[in-house]
Design a protein around this ligand. Structure first.
Ligand code: ADP
Ligand code: MG
Length: 388
C-alpha cells in the first residue's frame, strides 16, 4: 500500500501546488539564505532548504532533550571554570591540533591576566539523534554540543509556520554558523583582543574549549561527570543517559597509558561500520567513516597525530521518508535521517547563575546518502518535529 506521502508524490498537479505554497510561505516567513552563486549579495536570496513535511519525533524523547538541557548548561559552565580539567582533557589534543592549541594559548593568557568581566553569557545547542536499539527501543543520544556556532536559532522558530502555510510577514537575521578553521594571525589577535576586553563574550574562550569534541569524549569516562555534579547524582544520570560510546586515541605518555588508545584503533579497524572518527573540527563534512576511517587509522596509528581525533559509536536513527526542498534540486522522495537540537541559554554573574533555560529546538533532516554536514554546508535541511 502506498503511503500518503507517495500518494501526494504521484499526483503531479497537487505536488506542484503544495511545493509552490510551501516555498512562498518560507519566503514570507523570512526563512531565507544567501545563494551559493552570490554569497555576499543582499539583493539575491532564496529560501533556506527545508522539508516538505514535518518528521515524527517521539514526545518523551523530545521532552527528555528539553529537560536535560539545563543540566548541560550547568555542565558546560562548570567545565569552563575548571582549569585543571581543561588542561588535562586537552593536553594531548593541543600537541597536534593547531587550532585548539591557538585557542588554548589565548585561554592561558587571559587566565593569567585575570578575569576582565564577571558576567558570562552562554548560548549553546545540544544535538541528538534517536538511536534505534536492536530490541526495538529508541533512545536519545547526543551527537555533540555546540558552544560556538550554535546556529539557526533565528530560523528554527519560523519553520513551524512554514509547515502550517502561515502568512505572517517577518524579517529575520541569522547568523551562518560556520566556525572558520583558517584563522589568520590577525584573526587570532582579534580573538585575544576580544577576550581581554570587558565585553560579555558569547562564548568566552573557556566555554569555547568546553565544547570541543575531545572534552565530550573525556566527559564519557567513568567518574568525570561526578566531578562536575558532586551533589547531584540525578543530573549525572540524566546527562549520562544521552551519551553513546566515546573513545580516546591518546598515545602512551607513561607506561600502560597508551593501551587504551591502541585498543580504540584495533576496535575501529575490526568493525568500522560501528563507529565514526572525528577530528577537532566544526561545521560539518569532517567526520570519517568506513573504509576511509580504516585508511586514516592505519596511517596515523603509530604517531601522535592520531590524538587529533576521537572515536564515537555510530548512532543509528530510524530512516524516514520526506521531500527535501532545495533550490534547483529535483522533487523526489528521499530516505532521511533527523537530528534534533536543543538550544540552551544561561547567564552567570560571578558565582551566581541568574538564568538557566532551554529556549527552543531545531530539527535538521538529511538524505541518508550523506554521512555528514549541516544546513549551511548544503546537506541537511530545516525540518520540524511532529511530536507523536
Ligand atoms: P560538526 O562539528 O561538524 O557539526 P558533528 O559531530 O555534529 O560535527 O558531526 C557532523 C554530522 O555527522 C552530524 O550532524 C551527524 O549527521 C553525523 N554524525 C556525527 N556523529 C555521529 C554519530 N556518532 N553517529 C552517527 N552520525 C554522526
Ligand atoms: Mg554538528
Amino acid at each position: 500500500m502506498a503511503s500518503p506521502l507517495e500518494d501526494v508524490l504521484a499526483n503531479e498537479a497537487l505536488l506542484k501546488d503544495l511545493v509552490s505554497v510551501a516555498k512562498d510561505a518560507a519566503l514570507i516567513q523570512g526563512v531565507l539564505m544567501r545563494t551559493k552563486e552570490e554569497p555576499n549579495a543582499s539583493e539575491v536570496v532564496s529560501y533556506a532548504p527545508f522539508t516538505m513535511f514535518p518528521s515524527p519525533v517521539p514526545r518523551p524523547l523530545f521532552e527528555q532533550a528539553k529537560q536535560v538541557q539545563r543540566d548541560f548548561n550547568l555542565l558546560v559552565d562548570r567545565i569552563s571554570q575548571d582549569t585543571e580539567f581543561l588542561e588535562q582533557a586537552l593536553a594531548s589534543t593541543i600537541k597536534v591540533d593547531d587550532f585548539t592549541a591557538q585557542l588554548f594559548k589565548i585561554y592561558r593568557q587571559v587566565l593569567q591576566e585575570g578575569l576582565s568581566q564577571p558576567i558570562v553569557l552562554g548560548m549553546n545547542r545540544s544535538d541528538y539523534m534517536l538511536d534505534n536499539d536492536k530490541d526495538g527501543s529508541t533512545s536519545l543520544k547526543q551527537v555533540e554540543i555546540n558552544t560556538i556556532a550554535a546556529s539557526f536559532g533565528g530560523l528554527a522558530s519560523r519553520t513551524p509556520t512554514v509547515h502550517r502555510d502561515g502568512l505572517e510577514v517577518a524579517v529575520v537575521y541569522y547568523r551562518n554558523g560556520y566556525m572558520p578553521q583558517n584563522y589568520t594571525e590577525q584573526r587570532w589577535e582579534a580573538r585575544l583582543l576580544m577576550e581581554r576586553s570587558r565585553a560579555v563574550k558569547c562564548p568566552d574562550i573557556s566555554t569555547h574549549l568546553a565544547g570541543t569534541k575531545k572534552v565530550q569524549q573525556e566527559l564519557a569516562r567513568p567518574g568525570v561527570l561526578e566531578r562536575f555534579f558532586p551533589d547531584d547524582q540525578e543530573a549525572v544520570v540524566r546527562i549520562r543517559a544521552t551519551f553513546t560510546g566515546l573513545y580516546t586515541l591518546d598515545m602512551c605518555l607513561a607506561e600502560h597509558q597508551g593501551e587504551e588508545g591502541d585498543r580504540t584503533v584495533a576496535m575501529a579497524i575490526a568493525d568500522p561500520d560501528q563507529f565514526v572518527l572525528k577530528p577537532q573540527r566544526e561545521g560539518g563534512g569532517n567526520n570519517i567513516y568506513g573504509e576511509d576511517m580504516c585508511k586514516v587509522l592505519h596511517n596515523v596509528k603509530e604517531s601522535s597525530e592520531r590524538t587529533a581525533y576521537i572515536l564515537m559509536d555510530k548512532i543509528r536513527p530510524q530512516p524516514v521518508k520526506n521531500v527535501l526542498l532545495r533550490r534547483g534540486a529535483p522533487l523526489t522522495l528521499s530516505t532521511c535521517l533527523c537530528e534534533l537540537g536543543m538550544y540552551g541559554v544561561y547567564v552567570r554573574q560571578g558565582k551566581e547563575m541568574v538564568l538557566n533555560d532551554c529556549v527552543g529546538h531545531l530539527l535538521r533532516t538529511k538524505s541518508t546518502e550523506h554521512d555528514d554536514g549541516g544546513v549551511a554546508a548544503g546537506v541537511a535541511v530545516l525540518d520540524n518535529p511532529l511530536l507523536c
